[in-house]
Design a protein around this ligand. Structure first.
Ligand code: SF4
Length: 338
């Protein structure tokens, strides 16, 4: 008997894997990654490490352009940020179903806990996701199983329902106690992980989608770096430190004009390649404001596909900068699904 478990590396999915293994079932773990993962919170590495410690097969699946198209236009709305959690879970479970068929796994399970998350872990949402993924009555949630109808795995006797649990709600105490019993330690913070749930990133993404029909990996890479501004409908990005400046230079390619100070230290700026002189002048003025020019004029170079030229710019006033900045409090409203 083999089962496929979705393993994020967080506490709940780690416990679910251990619970299924403890019933004598061979587990293969799958971890989905995307351009919106904040892997420095440890989830990605932790999932691989845990799988290694448990001696189980571990597969990673990158959610590519197909997923970005869903993020751009989710069927079931978004959470409190730009997170399309229902569509995201449907997407992952559909992929998991394909993998399960390929490897001959008899069932799929997740670490979901009934009522833990406002959008995706309400009963009605869990049922919807299961149905849309083509897994009706077949998806096991070991941590909440006793609060849900028996799945095929329980009805067929592959899993002993009595050994599954009845955890619900947002509290973590039962899971922490169970982790101690099962020897699971060093799990990452449950809040870490998805940029789509953060306010600052959601504001940038909402602005991007309000101005563009395209969302690809290069767009997301730029959205993850720097201060973002919108000038006459065009995007301007300013690096916040040397690491971001270097990253922006890497990302410029043919989509952006690069503006950098030459007379004093200061930020790298990407300005939409479609920008006319009016926008370039304003972007240069923002660069001057964030440069170490002591409030005076700053010499800059402007590099585009047509070559390089030198200009001088006066720093933009703070009030005007604020009016052009893409900020969380200016983001279009998103749908909160409760
Ligand atoms: S928080 Fe992010 S990764 Fe998790 S289900 Fe929602 S959209 Fe997907």
């Amino acid at each position: 008997m083999k089962a496929l478990g979705l393993l994020s590396g967080g506490l709940d999915s780690s416990l679910a894997v251990k619970m299924v293994m403890d019933q004598g079932i061979e587990v293969v773990a799958v971890k989905f990654t995307s351009a919106f993962c904040q892997c420095d919170t440890g989830g990605c590495n932790h999932a691989a490490e845990l799988a290694g410690k448990l001696g189980i097969e571990f597969v990673t699946v990158a959610k590519g352009q197909e997923y970005l198209d869903i993020v751009r236009e989710p069927k079931y709305g978004r959470g409190s940020g730009m997170n399309p959690c229902l569509d995201c879970r449907i997407f992952m479970l559909r992929k998991a179903k394909e993998i399960a068929e390929d490897i001959g796994a008899s069932f799929i399970f997740t670490g979901e806990v009934l009522g833990q998350r406002p959008m995706s872990q309400r009963r009605v949402a869990m049922d919807l996701v299961e149905k849309e993924a083509g897994l009706e009555g077949k998806l096991v949630r070991p941590l909440s199983a006793q609060l849900l109808p028996p799945t095929e795995a329980e009805r067929e006797g592959w899993l002993d329902r009595e050994q599954l649990l009845a955890i619900s709600g947002r509290g973590r105490k039962p899971q922490i106690k169970l982790a101690e019993e099962k020897g699971i330690v060093d799990y990452p913070c449950p809040a870490g992980g998805c940029l789509l749930t953060t306010k600052e990133f959601s504001a940038k993404l909402a602005d991007h989608l309000a101005h563009s029909d395209r969302l690809d990996a290069a767009d997301v890479a730029v959205l993850k770096v720097g201060r973002h501004f919108r000038i006459d409908g065009l995007k301007v990005v300013i690096g916040r430190d040397e690491r971001e400046n270097a990253r922006l230079r890497d990302l410029a390619k043919e989509r952006f004009i690069v503006i950098e100070p030459t007379s004093v230290p200061g930020p790298t700026c990407l300005c939409d390649a479609a920008a006319g002189e009016d926008v370039i002048v304003k972007a240069a003025s923002i660069v001057a404001r964030y440069s170490d020019g002591g409030g005076g004029a700053v010499a800059l170079k402007i590099v585009s596909s047509s070559g390089q030229r030198a200009v001088e710019a006066e720093p933009m006033a703070n009030g005007e900068i604020d009016s052009l900045r893409i900020a969380a409090d200016k983001a279009p409203l998103t749908i909160e699904m409760e």
